[in-house]
Design a binder for this molecule. Structure first.
Ligand code: FAD
Length: 287
């Protein structure tokens, strides 16, 4: 339960952090809230020789609107998301998701950037980001680039982040006024990762669904965008048949492993149930 030895660095700018990470190479890791990385270090599942703490970098925190885009600094904590009027008004699915992450202690310290950059399929925010079609702004020695959340996850703990790159912000197109949303998560107890969870964002027009996105948490090596499931909702009134078909399609792409949360077929079944509930609730909320 004691981490291996490491050197601690606290850069004051993104450029300095990038330089440190590039120079120190694979033995260096960014440190954000530390609520995934430090437990891994204590279990000796990770043994970085250098930690590059991002807390000293002004400008990595905060939530602002840039035209029709909401920009969230990578070092913004889950608690700060929950306290934000902008998030409550424009992106209420993030409030709903954040409240299902662990407990207040973890949410006070854990950051949105750490949650999405970690690459753990059990993290809840990536599915919400995929449903919202967010993109991640990253900075490395070659400069800045934006990576769509939908392209970011490559495997368990494997992401599109390049060597020495850090995530600086998350950029989310504001969903339409009156959109419906829901994040449904089944967990064994407070503070647990999902047995399965589903994020849904949709819009209705004249009682018919005219846009929908569905994403799944913890039922594969990566969060999954359930594209065909969302297609099953388009031009429907979100009736029981349409919802059942969307859930069936989502369940079909779920490939969980058997673990302490249940056998694989049970966890895939739970994914279908979460999708059904999330669509129904998103439909009720859509104006
Ligand atoms: C008891 C407990 C229960 C939990 N339950 C849940 C849960 O139900 N759902 C859930 O989603 N999470 C859960 N978590 C994890 C928690 O949300 C973490 O805070 C989160 O996964 C990581 O965010 P962090 O800021 O703590 O990042 P850290 O732990 O500091 O970093 C995580 C990883 O991301 C990298 N990283 C961090 N920031 C950046 C950046 N800006 N750029 C590039 N790489 C970066 C780090 O190098 C590291 O590899 C739980 C944690 C605990 C301790």
């Amino acid at each position: 339960m004691i981490p291996g030895p490491f050197s601690y660095h606290r850069p004051a700018t993104v450029a300095d952090a990038v330089k440190l990470l590039s120079t120190l190479g694979d033995e260096a890791r960014p440190l954000a809230g530390g609520h995934s990385l430090v437990p891994m270090m204590k279990l000796r599942l990770a043994s970085p020789e250098h930690l590059v703490d991002l807390h000293g970098i002004a400008g990595l925190k905060g939530i602002r609107r840039d035209g029709n885009t909401i920009v969230i600094g990578a070092m913004t904590t889950q608690h700060e998301l929950l306290a934000s009027d902008e998030i409550g008004l424009s992106l209420p699915i993030l409030d709903e998701t954040a409240l299902l992450i662990a407990d207040p202690q973890v949410r006070y310290r854990g950051t949105i950037g750490g949650n999405v950059a970690n690459g753990d399929p059990g993290n809840d925010m990536p599915a919400a980001m995929m449903a919202l079609n967010a993109s991640y702004r990253v900075e490395g020695e070659a400069g800045e680039r934006d990576i769509p959340a939908r392209d970011f996850y490559q495997g368990a703990y494997a992401t599109s982040l390049g060597k020495g790159e850090i995530l600086t912000s998350i950029r989310i197109p504001a969903p339409a006024d009156g959109h419906g949303y829901a994040y449904e998560k089944q967990k064994r107890k407070i503070g647990d990762y999902a047995t399965a969870a589903a994020a849904v964002v949709l819009t209705l027009s004249g009682g018919k669904c005219n846009s929908a996105a569905i994403a799944l948490t913890n039922v594969a090596d990566t969060p999954l965008l359930a594209t065909e499931a969302a297609v099953a909702l388009i031009c429907t009134s979100l009736d029981d048949t349409a919802i059942a078909e969307a859930a069936r399609r989502a369940q079909a792409i779920a490939k969980p492993t058997s673990d302490g949360r249940g056998p694989a077929d049970f966890r895939a079944h739970v994914a279908g149930v979460m999708v059904k509930r999330a669509i129904a609730r998103a439909g009720e909320r859509a104006a």
